[in-house]
Design a protein around this ligand. Structure first.
Ligand code: PMV
Length: 316
């Protein structure tokens, strides 16, 4: 057991979306999901024993109810001292770039390392999930799935980061925090959207199709199911009461541009999470053309090209 430990984790982007929880605690998803972990963005979290709990994000002390809640749950299972948690994100937080995914993956991994909890990868994934559902998938690298493993909902690495030469081109339209966070958005969708039940059923089917597409490295099949899952998720959200509109005008322009690039022969498809950013998944060889195609659109603030990243790990 050490007095401190540091872990790194990367955000992930879901291609088959997680959008809805089973009723009850612990962020148990209503359906499985599939994602790709990015290497362009990182969260680095250091935890250390202290005289009282504290949490700092990019050097600023913050009160984060989700972090506090996860520490409370961990302490029901492990004898943890008061903790000083310091997290650094090298990308904007809370605007649809999955900072909570890398954040909780790094936090759980650092705590496991610091106190020698001896958690398996699946156990770290389940704990990260309690902080933020999508964080379960940032424990693994490359392509990951979050599914019921028979005991709990945990992530599994379907394909390692170096197995398939793809890029994720991220068109950022705004770095302002989103108006409705994913937990509230999911709950509103579950309670009020008339499309919620069909969405959950469709996601189970989409997950099976996407899983096969990833293991067979079938780009066209993955493109079809991923765009469909994204558009269905936003349809469910739009139909909630009041409707959840995460897109900006520039978001829609970028979706059209991605489809135009595909029509022109590039291997590329889009996905959008609970925010206005567009993520274009493409063959690595097409990344520069996709970057240029998005960057020239008015309303795109900046574009980041990412490769596939590794799972969460302790660095010290
Ligand atoms: O993990 P949460 O609670 O931030 O929810 C993630 C929701 C989406 O990013 C929209 C979809 C997903 O599967 O990551």
């Amino acid at each position: 057991m050490h007095g401190r430990a540091t872990a790194i984790a990367h955000p992930n982007v879901a291609l088959v979306k997680y959008w809805g929880k089973a009723p009850g605690p612990h962020n148990v998803p209503a359906a499985p999901s599939l994602s790709v972990t990015l290497d362009a963005f990182s969260t680095v979290t250091t935890v250390a024993s202290a005289s009282e709990d504290s949490f700092a994000l990019n050097g600023q002390a913050v009160a984060d109810a989700k972090v506090a809640g996860l520490l409370l749950e961990l302490r029901e299972h492990f004898a943890l001292p008061p903790l000083r948690v310091a997290t650094e994100n090298d990308f904007p937080t809370g605007c649809g770039l999955a900072s909570s995914a890398s954040g909780f993956a790094a936090l759980v991994t650092a705590i496991d390392g610091c106190f020698g909890l001896g958690l398996t990868m699946a156990e770290r994934s389940a704990w990260a999930r309690r902080g933020s559902g999508s964080a379960a998938r940032s424990i693994v690298g490359g392509f990951g799935v979050l599914r019921d493993d028979g005991t709990d909902w945990t992530a599994e690495e379907l394909l390692p980061a170096d197995a398939w030469s793809l890029s994720i081109v991220i068109g950022v339209t705004s770095t302002r925090p989103k108006a409705v966070g994913s937990t509230a958005g999911m709950e509103r969708s579950r309670l009020t959207s008339p499309f919620y039940a069909p969405w959950v059923a469709a996601t189970v089917a989409d997950y099976a199709v996407a899983r096969r597409a990833v293991t067979e490295q079938d780009f066209a099949a993955l493109a079809k199911v991923s765009e469909s899952s994204c558009l269905k998720m936003h349809a469910v959200a739009l139909a909630a009461e009041p409707g959840l509109l995460y897109w900006h005008g520039a978001t829609v322009d970028a979706l059209h541009r991605v489809r135009a690039l595909r029509k022109a022969g590039l291997q590329v498809f889009f996905t959008v999470d609970a925010g206005p950013q567009v993520k274009a998944v493409c063959a690595a060889g097409d990344a520069e053309a996709v970057r240029a195609g998005l960057a020239e659109l008015p309303g795109i603030e900046f574009v980041v090209v990412s490769g596939l990243g590794a799972g969460a790990a302790c660095t010290a």
